[in-house]
Design a protein around this ligand. Sequence first.
Ligand SMILES: NC(=O)C1=CN([C@@H]2O[C@H](COP(=O)(O)OP(=O)(O)OC[C@H]3O[C@@H](n4cnc5c(N)ncnc54)[C@H](OP(=O)(O)O)[C@@H]3O)[C@@H](O)[C@H]2O)C=CC1
Ligand SMILES: O=C(CO)COP(=O)(O)O
Ligand SMILES: [Zn+2]
Length: 352
Amino acid sequence: MFDKTSWIRLPHNVVVGHGVLDQTVAAVEDIHLSGRPLIVASPTPYSVAGERVVAQFEDADADPAEVIVEEASFEAVESVIETARSVDAGYLLGVGGGKAIDIAKMAADELNLGFVSVPTAASHDGIVSGRGSVPEGDTRHSVASEPPLAVVADTEILAEAPWRLTTAGCADIISNYTAVRDWQLAHRLKNVEYSEYAGELARMTAEMLVENAGSIKQGLEESSWIVVKALVSSGVAMSIADSSRPASGAEHLFSHQLDRIAPDAALHGHQVGVGSIMTEYLHSGAKGQWIDVRDALASIGAPTTADELGIDDDTVLEALTTAHEIRDRYTILGDGMSEAAAREAATVTGVI
Ligand SMILES: NC(=O)C1=CN([C@@H]2O[C@H](COP(=O)(O)OP(=O)(O)OC[C@H]3O[C@@H](n4cnc5c(N)ncnc54)[C@H](OP(=O)(O)O)[C@@H]3O)[C@@H](O)[C@H]2O)C=CC1
Ligand SMILES: O=C(CO)COP(=O)(O)O
Ligand SMILES: [Zn+2]
């Protein structure tokens, strides 16, 4: 008997372009969100975009409330939940990078309220996905959460954000290559369920970004357009798969392990990019496509070495040899790399 079911949750409105921040109220009204909006922002995004969003809701007589979050933690999620209850919020808007967006997303999930994502940085694909990531104990990877009902991505704001945030978003997309390879491997070896649609979409998104790498330049608003479109596409792939598998394989395990060993050393996207160079080498060998991955990262100005990430060689080796312990997700790392093999991979690829 056929007994498969699938529940794909996607945003209703994805509004991307120059000046679209001014359409936030329209994007929200269009999907009939009601009640009091609670704007959740971290400090810089609040001054870059949050104030304007609050003013827009005030002009629309929507009585907005606001809360500033400083760090990605469960305490911050709890405090947003408390604020939302005390102001009787009808829905939440996350305005910022991954930190503010994930806190708002996870609080909305807990409160069973609608969530709207207003990214001020195109730094990774969590800005569109139904995945939330806040470190808790040893857990660093994302968990299923409330997907945004609407995304409002103003390319004017994204283009003015520090360039490294955009190159991190590019690297997060490029890492889809190895994520999909790992997913296919897990399918063949461990019978993990694989979705051709989600896998192809994630892989194609990486390919399109690499093909357009020449147009991704600092100061060009069109670059933010290309990157945010790719981030949306990657988020959709995760929604189709109902898992982060299409966009997260061994390179993400490496990055999550770095977050534990060397907290705040580098941006998420930059770490997964360097991880991807090495895991592509593990998939395809010394003459394989790791060179293309490295060159694509280098061409957009993302780090390709431990030095550029700001970490030392031993940290790379420790993260590589222990990354498989991060979660129950089969990848090319199998049940763990020996130190000698890790050193070989990191050396041949020029990471250390
Ligand atoms: N849900 C998911 O699938 C994923 C979630 N994540 C999570 O996302 C977080 C990392 O996201 P990331 O965006 O890198 O980090 P942040 O949200 O911390 O943003 C990075 C920095 O950029 C600043 N910033 C943001 N927008 C602008 C802007 N327009 N102009 C100037 N500065 C700006 C922030 O300011 P300020 O300090 O004021 O906030 C912060 O200092 C982590 O918590 C990670 O766990 C990562 C990957 C995937
Ligand atoms: O960063 C992500 C996809 O790019 C989310 O992946 P994780 O589930 O590994 O946190
Ligand atoms: Zn990622």
